[in-house]
Design a protein around this ligand. Sequence first.
Ligand code: 13P
Length: 247
Amino acid sequence: MKKLIAGNWKMNGSLAANEALIKGLLAGATTPWNCNVALCVPSVYLSQVVALTQGSPIAVGAQDVSQHESGAFTGEQSAVMLRDLGVRYAIVGHSERRQYHGETDVVVAHKAQRALASGITPIVCVGETLAEREAGVTEEVVKRQLAAVIHVNGHCISEIVVAYEPVWAIGTGKTASPEQAQAVHAVLRAQLHAASAQSARVPLLYGGSMNAANAAQLLAQPDIDGGLVGGASLKAADFLSIIAAAS
Ligand code: 13P
């Protein structure tokens, strides 16, 4: 399976900076990429980034999607609206959404369901906090988070992407070691396989301080199928190095 490298810009960018970054990425694509590449950008810039990446190997993703279909939900974007713009992916259940916006496992599961119903691939994030890792409950936490999504989505689960993002590794410069990441990915793979044989092929991304220097080692692990990249996706040269490591 081709690896998937997805950038998560989080709440960064401007019209000018986005254009410069995407031009830099496309200029750096001198040989065809042998991996799938996506950029998950702030919703206000989705149209701009869809236009800038038209006809290129870069797919566009949102960073969230509403669990509701339409109606009185001020400030939210529906999966149908994302599809309307030509968006391919939506991150759901990022730890920053769980932490700062109170998103529960059940809400995340319904967001994934809404995305799938509109032909958007949800990138479902799971991951433990430092306290949870230290308490020895990492496996229990990620399995609980993924179980909610499996429970609500049934056989459609084979169409999702999962990102393992240990919260303690996000934006901290502390990456999970390849062995630590692989151990959790193996647990997630087994859980998906138990749900259905087809789901064993769900791409499992690692996220958390992935950068140009550590990407190759992480991506060499048998159950790491790509990366969800925050900070390093904001610099063309760094993101291109990660793409090269995955190609
Ligand atoms: P960093 O790569 O900045 O640690 O962020 C990871 C992340 O949260 C991607 O969704």
